[in-house]
Every structure is written in C-alpha cells, then in structure tokens.
Design a protein. Structure first.
Length: 181
C-alpha cells in the first residue's frame, strides 16, 4: 500500500512538473514581455529606472508597476512595490494568494521583502542582480549591511525607549480581534 501511494505521488508530481513546464512557454513569456515593455515606457517617460512588473491571477493582470523613484521622489516607488499595491487593492486583500509576479529584473532586498510579505505563488524575473549592477543599480551593499552588527552599519542604528515601544506590542498581543498576517 505504501509503495502504491509513493508511486501515485511520484506520478502526480511528474505530471504536475510537465504541466508546469508547458505553462512556462508563451503565456509566461508574454507577461514577462509586458513587464519589460512597462519598464521601457517608464524610462522613455523619465519616470525612473528600467524596471517593470506585472502581477497575474487566473490569467488576468491585476497589478502593474514601473519604477517611479525619481519622478515621485519616493525611494520606495519600485516597480514591484507599485504592482503589489495595485494588485492588493484589486483583490481587496493584503496577500497575493494564487498570484504570479513577473518582473524584468531580480527584485532588490526591499522588493524581495515585500514579495515575501505578500506571499504570491511564484516570481519570474528577467535580468539578474549582476545585470542590474552593470548599469549602476548595485544593491549588494544592502545585503552586506544586513550581515553587519547594528553598530557597524554605515547608517547608525541605535535603540531608544524600548520599554515605551513595547507597549504597542503588548497591545497587539492582547487584542482579541486582530487580523494576523
């Protein structure tokens, strides 16, 4: 019985993998092309860096974004963040359950964090962080900073008034009708 179960599980996994490989063809490529087109349009319109993103659920694009850091003077206005905000508004949810993110470049640390908080099903990316570094978008220093002790970071971090700040955490912990995420 256990062998039959294992064989059935392996067969189903192999079928799912084959189905998934079939799906990664034209439709996924088309969504990635749209993310790239959004990035190019944003560059041409002087909105920001060469980054674009689309978020898809059930075959429908529910979120789009391109980098708008320089045009909005907002360092958080990255393509993925803008697309996540739009998709979450569309879904009326703070999670992207069942969604796929297509972004023309491997996400930076900030966007990576936002993606993990949003919990999509999968992320496809075009260029990698080495490609981005070659044109001046090198986020490696952030990864290096994350590994340093707080006191050794380039921007000083100093703890202040912890006991008062903990009151907010206590309020959250005791709140019975909170919406966890």
């Amino acid at each position: 019985m256990c062998n039959n179960f294992n064989k059935k599980f392996i067969d189903e996994a192999a079928k799912a993998l084959n189905d998934q490989n079939d799906e990664v063809s034209n439709e996924d490529t088309g969504y990635m092309d749209q993310a790239t087109a959004i990035a190019i349009k944003g560059v041409i319109q002087n909105e920001g860096g060469p980054f674009g993103c689309v978020i898809v659920k059930d075959g429908e694009i529910i979120g789009r974004g391109n980098n708008k850091v320089t045009s909005t003077n907002d360092p958080t206005a990255h393509a993925e963040i803008i697309a996540i905000r739009e998709a979450c508004k569309h879904l009326d949810s703070f999670q992207l359950e069942g969604c796929i993110i297509y972004t023309n470049c491997e996400p930076c640390p900030m966007c990576l964090g936002a993606i993990y908080w949003a919990r999509p099903e999968k992320v496809y990316y075009g260029c990698n962080k080495t490609d981005a570094a070659k044109i001046g978008f090198d986020d490696n220093f952030i990864y290096q900073e994350l590994n340093l002790e707080l006191s050794k970071r380039k921007i000083p971090f100093e703890q202040l008034n912890r006991e008062e700040a903990l009151k907010a955490f206590k309020t959250w912990k005791e709140k019975e009708d909170k919406i966890e995420y």
